[in-house]
Design a binder for this molecule. Sequence first.
Ligand SMILES: *Cc1c(COP(=O)(O)O)cnc(C)c1O
Length: 430
Amino acid sequence: MTLPSTPAPAAHDAGRAPAVVGLPALDAAALDDADPLAAFRSRFLKPEGEPVVAYLDGNSLGRPLADIGDRLAAFTAGPWGQRLIRAWDEEWMDEPFRLGDRLAEVVLGAAAGQTVVADSTSVMIYKLVRAALDAAGPGRDEIVIDRENFPTDRFLVEGIAAERGAALRWITPDPATGVTAADVEAALSPRTAVVLLSHIAYRSGYVADAPAITDAVHRAGALVVWDLCHSAGSVPVELDAWGVDLAVGCTYKYLNGGPGSPAFGYVRAGLQETLQQPIWGWMGAADPFGMTESYVPAAGMRRFITGTPPILAMQPLSAMVELIAEAGGIEAVRAKSVLLTEFAASLADRDLAPLGVQFASPRDPSVRGSHITINHPRFRGVTALLWERGVIPDFRPPHGLRIGLSPLSTSFAEVEAGIEAIRGALTELA
Ligand SMILES: *Cc1c(COP(=O)(O)O)cnc(C)c1O
């Protein structure tokens, strides 16, 4: 077949991302050779057995680090096996806050004392949105959210609204991009208590203008909660500089924490003493070992935790945060991410658009995260066939195939093999 010529990469405004280096050519080998982070791929596990041709779902579950088995064995033999219960006093009581601070420093742009690692993302969203709603002044009974937000975010605010007699104000963004500052401004009113938005849209990959939206929410006298599930570890985030009130994110996506690794929560220092989260447990109390009569919240971030923190499940996350730091930090990771999504988009234009595939993500990489979504009515079947062949994107209804490109573990050759496999499967199923 004759392929249409490749569109020249557009000159992009740097906007909210580092300057984009145009792709020299659609040459995977040359791009891998020129990749300053290429060596980091060997830090991830390459299992023997069934080959994975292209892993394009690191945005749903990051690959394990190669030494994670050794690290878990050392943790078992050392702090857990030898120190036993003494390790709680020696290190584990502080671990959710130590790791939170390190995560804040390396990927969240936040000073120490505002981040904790605990709970699942869903539970942490519940706690922070409820705390924000409960702290809102009289007459503020609305939660603003958008219809393209991830289901758990939407379901949680439905539940909170039902529980607290609050109202939901829905934004309906363009599904191929996402929520804009103008969308948010139109939804704000003197009734707004809290706004819950995803920084990066889980389907389109659109990067919301978090600083502008945060300012708009503040001008309206409300608080904002940013869901950073698809941002943390893939794009620069500046929580302190943006003036963000509250944030939550996953650690098993671009932070490679492993299935079910705990979430992180951020609460701006100035808000911590005025908010009270709704799930009162002994570990978030002022005196956990006082066995006191009733609950008094701890000072600072400790009050945002509830029960015993999942220390074992924090180990892979801790290792990945250090790997990002070693790779030169989040700006270096982002620079590769931009090239990966540019490459995938260009190959999709050249090889998949002629088969009727539509691009459903922003074209401008400065407002695009580390994944792209492409649409075709046959993508459900195509995805099933690809999984059998060791090519692993994911499918998001109604007909989106999502290509997630975890920067430190993904090669340009893998992207090329993936797009080629998608083209092959689409042709077969035509
Ligand atoms: C992945 C994801 C979640 C996941 O929540 P869990 O409680 O970890 O299952 C929540 N919100 C967004 C936007 C996500 O992308």
